[in-house]
Write a protein that binds this ligand. Structure first.
Ligand code: F6P
Length: 547
């Protein structure tokens, strides 16, 4: 397979990037009254506007040609049909099968995975109803009031992000708490005020070996047993989501209380599986299904829409354009909806763990920047923190702005005030403020010519900062499902275009291995490993002073 830089569309895009460097977005808008109509598209529940990206007709056509030359359609079919496209781990990539509401069968190694998914969904339904109705009883015969979900990375971020996004719809049947950090402070805070008799732990770990999760789970057992004083309490208060039955058994969890996972579901794409169990417990099974339905709508769109109207494909192409061609190495995620406050953290894992790599399918180092650094927070809070950098910093950071037509809770005029900021910020980033406008403004405010000369450069905003805007109907269960699936398919397309193996994460393993060796040094002074002088010095400093 040839390197992407040899494709004719890639080479044409390089020329377009050089030509467009001196073009201002403001001029593109001035030259084309139809720009919004031309560079925006809609699916039920989502408007996507990319007219404030630094593209013109020619660039969009070249990007769509790039998608063709990279055979996105072929790769998409391979993924959906269960081919083992995660070739570094020899696995299929089938998170889409977890939310396939069509009833069609998907086969992996001769096994109908759709049937397996449906069986597991039934199990989630039964369990959720049992716990929420008060029929699941703890060691002292009481119903559950609280769920503590223990897991990290893909076994935490998705469910927690969705739980936060949908908490306006919770009926308070159960409270849900998340523990991901091995810093004991988080577990202690989560357990504060909880009653061991009425607390259910969901330990989510695909492997059931992740050190942070297992440490938290063991401490949770100690907390439970200190009150229960009977080993049998573990089975009544712990369930697991895992592929590793041997380990869950050894932990004391009964097989029937283990929700299964499959190797064809990557951790960061797993919220649609039993990893989403805390969502179902918190909001009810129907709400969980609605999240899957929203995602399935987007799967259908991704498979069926023309390339020029295909939102995830366009998102990926624009990211590649901004990063690999225009050289913008960061990307901000800016939700103007408090419900989505965890989305930036969630997408950090989604995009950076998937595509934050630098070798192509063939193992050769790629000659282009792959994915940007993903960061962000809710837009309004960001405005009062880092937007200064977005407007006037000397690095350009393309941004995704996300808002909703309808707030989850209507309070006076809050939503219009929120949305006025959403509209104003993308307009300001696009247009900026030139010297003439600043001079006019300062003159109107009565400033002298000397004062204006002193202030002018500081008040100019260059603008020309690319943004995409998303307007969701509402952040409800379907809306969250749609939004996450859009980004998942963006990540998939990005990986194919950049020739990155999106579904492994070898880069996470190195640190894990070193940490477990150092752990032994910290527990036992007799154990020492060779280190560089900095690491050795830091370890020695810590060991000499720790309490
Ligand atoms: O962060 C690395 C990672 O392997 C993620 O991909 C995964 O989601 C997470 O660790 C947790 O793994 P597990 O579910 O096996 O505990």
């Amino acid at each position: 397979m040839s390197c992407r830089t040899e494709l004719s569309s890639w080479q044409a895009l390089e020329k377009s990037a050089a030509a467009l460097q001196s073009t201002h977005l403001k001029a593109l808008f001035a030259a084309d009254a139809e720009r919004f109509a031309k560079f925006s598209c809609q699916i039920p529940g989502v408007l996507f506007d990319y007219s404030k990206q630094l593209v013109n007709d020619q660039v969009v056509a070249q990007l769509l040609q790039l998608a063709k030359e990279c055979d996105i359609a072929g790769w998409r079919n391979r993924m959906f049909s269960g081919e083992k496209i995660n070739f570094t781990e020899n696995r299929a990539v089938l998170h889409v099968a977890l939310r396939d509401r069509s009833g069609r069968a998907t086969m992996v190694d001769g096994v109908n995975v759709t049937a397996q998914v449906n069986t597991e969904l039934e199990k989630i339904k039964r369990f959720t109803e049992q716990v929420r109705s008060g029929n699941w009883l703890g060691y002292s015969g009481k119903a559950m009031t609280d769920v503590v979900a223990i897991g990290v990375g893909g076994s935490n971020l998705g469910p927690q992000m969705v739980t936060e996004a949908l908490k306006s719809y919770a009926d308070n049947t159960l409270r849900v708490h998340y523990v991901s950090n091995v810093d004991g402070v988080q577990l202690s805070h989560a357990l504060q005020g909880l009653n061991p008799e009425t607390t259910l732990f969901v330990v989510s770990s695909k492997t059931f070996t992740t050190s942070e999760t297992m440490t938290n789970a063991r401490s949770a057992v100690e907390w439970l047993l200190a009150a229960a004083q009977q080993q049998t309490a573990i089975a009544k208060h712990f369930v697991a989501v895992s592929t590793n039955l041997e380990k869950t058994r050894a932990f004391g969890i009964e097989d029937e209380n283990v929700f299964t996972m499959w190797d064809w579901v990557g951790g960061r794409f797993s919220l649609w599986s039993a990893i989403g169990l805390p969502i179902a417990l918190y909001l009810g099974f129907d709400a969980f299904i609605a999240v899957l339905e929203g995602a399935f709508e987007v799967d259908e769109h991704f498979c069926q829409a023309e390339d020029a109207q295909n939102i995830p494909l366009l998102m990926a192409l624009l990211s590649v354009w901004n990063t690999s061609f225009l050289g913008h190495t960061a990307q901000a995620i800016l939700p103007y909806d408090q419900a989505l406050h965890m989305l930036p953290a969630y997408l950090q894992q989604g995009e950076m763990e998937s595509n934050g790599k630098s070798v192509a399918f063939d193992g050769q180092t790629v000659p282009y920047t792959t994915v940007p650094l993903i960061w962000g927070m809710t837009g309004i809070n960001g405005q009062h923190a880092f937007y200064q950098y977005l407007h006037q910093g000397n690095n350009i950071v393309p941004a995704d702005f996300i808002a909703s037509l309808e707030p989850q809770i209507k309070v006076g005029q809050h939503h219009d005030i929120l949305l006025s900021n959403f509209f104003a910020q993308t307009e300001a980033m696009m247009a900026g403020v030139d010297a003439e406008a600043v001079t006019k403004d300062l003159t109107a405010k009565g400033k002298s010519a000397d004062e204006i000369a002193e202030l002018l450069a500081h008040k100019i905003h260059q603008g020309n900062r690319p943004t995409s805007s998303f307007i969701l109907d509402k952040v409800d269960a379907k809306g969250v499902g749609r939004l996450v699936a859009l980004y998942e398919h963006k990540i998939f397309c990005q990986g194919i275009i950049l020739q990155i193996c999106s579904f492994d994460q070898w880069g996470v393993e190195l640190g894990k291995g070193l940490a477990s060796a150092i752990e032994k040094e910290l527990f036992d002074d007799a154990v020492t490993n060779p280190h560089d002088s900095s690491t050795a010095g830091l370890i020695a400093y810590y060991k000499a002073r720790r309490q």
